[in-house]
Write a protein that binds this ligand. Structure first.
Ligand code: UDP
Length: 370
């Protein structure tokens, strides 16, 4: 017998919202549920003093894919914010990502040739050809100074593990440039939705039934009866009741402060690279939208271990956890009426544009085959 909804979508983050939007467009009836008291997952912003505060960590939209850029722009206009984080290391400020400005500030090198020679000299002195962990990867890519000033202490704080025990791929995200270019991302398109991310989510879910404060696991049998198919964007191990074991994450604690000044740090993101600071960075949210408010809101990010009572942010993709995930993935393929997708379901660190791309691809396959 046909059930009340075509799709029950669990989680109203970007994956669930894009899927729901596409399903509705194809004439399907969807119900979106979310256990939090708001929609939008981790892109949700809270308005404090007229400033959009990125409640679950800074989100900066960037992509090289024109189709994805056009897709989001049909819902909301984006400003021209460019992420150019600063770093405070050993008492001095430096530009990030690693570029000619950073090299000048660090060594006084004025040309790409001088900077390259400095890095090559340090890499050669280190001499490892086949890096096996994050420390070896960094030292063989950028040498000792950059590793000591910007990578080692930040990374060990962020992950709560020695850099020698972390996989190398974590820092492949960090670009190295021999131009005076402080743009963190290499992508063609970048910006923040004008008016905040909530607008984007509101538009995606416009006309779709959404219920917040509703946890699928509180009454699975009831929810399973509601729809022909389920789109699940929660934690994959939780879906299977952790029966094979618990997947590990790194979590963050955010400490917000409203300050009676219009400009605290002059930049949206300042990384605190030294181990002596217990937080990794301070976000000053108004700068994402060039805010002119008289006050400001800053957030200190404290990395911590994940436990079931805090939020799961960064998957720990080491060999042990990855192997466990693969076992869960096998189980998920046997669930014929459930589509698993998103960061928590795929146990993978995704950027926003990647989540949108997979949600569009999967919804297309699903809706065309239906
Ligand atoms: N990282 C670092 N120093 C920095 C910034 C980042 O060593 O100043 C490393 C760190 O290991 C981190 C990874 O690069 O986990 C990715 O950092 P990014 O800020 O790009 O990622 P986010 O945490 O914002 O997703």
């Amino acid at each position: 017998m046909k059930k009340q909804y075509d799709y029950l979508i669990i989680g109203s983050g970007l994956y669930g919202s894009v899927f729901a939007h596409e399903a509705k467009k194809a004439g399907k009836k969807c119900l979106v549920i979310d256990k939090r008291d708001h929609i939008g997952g981790n892109v949700y912003c809270e308005n404090i003093e007229g400033i959009n505060v990125h409640k679950y960590g800074a989100h900066i939209f960037h992509t090289n894919d024109k189709a994805i850029w056009d897709y989001v722009n049909q819902f909301v206009e984006f400003n021209n914010f460019t992420n150019s984080p600063m770093s405070l290391s050993k008492g001095k400020m430096y530009n990030l990502p690693f570029n000619m400005n950073t090299f000048y500030q660090l060594w006084g090198t004025k040309t790409p040739q001088e900077a390259k020679a400095k890095i090559e000299e340090q890499v050669a002195a280190y001499g490892v050809k086949d890096p096996k962990n994050l420390e070896e990867q960094a030292l063989s890519l950028v040498g000792k100074d950059i590793y000591d000033y910007f990578i080692k202490e930040y990374t060990e704080k962020q992950w709560g593990r020695k850099a020698t025990e972390l996989p190398a791929f974590i820092i492949k995200r960090l670009p190295v440039r021999f131009t005076f270019d402080n743009n963190y991302f290499n992508d063609t398109y970048q910006g923040i939705p004008i008016g905040g991310y909530n607008k984007l989510i509101d538009k995606l879910l416009d006309g779709i039934e959404v219920v917040t404060n509703t946890n699928y696991f509180s009454d699975r049998a009831k929810f399973d009866e509601l729809a022909d198919k389920i789109v699940y964007s929660g934690k994959i191990d939780e879906y299977f009741d952790y029966k094979l074991g618990v997947l590990e994450y790194r979590s963050l604690q955010f400490e917000n402060e409203v300050l009676d000044t219009d400009n605290f740090q002059g930049n949206a993101v300042v990384n605190y690279n030294d181990a002596s600071y217990p937080f990794t960075r301070i976000i000053e949210h108004k700068h994402f939208e060039f805010g002119k408010q008289s006050k400001t809101v800053i957030t200190k990010e404290y990395p911590c271990e994940w436990n079931p009572s805090n939020e799961a942010f960064y998957p720990i993709n080491d060999a042990k956890n990855q192997a466990l995930f693969e076992e869960y993935k096998k189980l998920s393929l046997e669930e014929k009426n459930v589509i698993f997708g998103g960061r928590l379901s795929e146990y993978r660190y995704y950027d926003m544009h990647q989540i949108i791309a997979i949600a569009l691809k999967r919804s297309k396959t699903e809706l065309n085959n239906d």
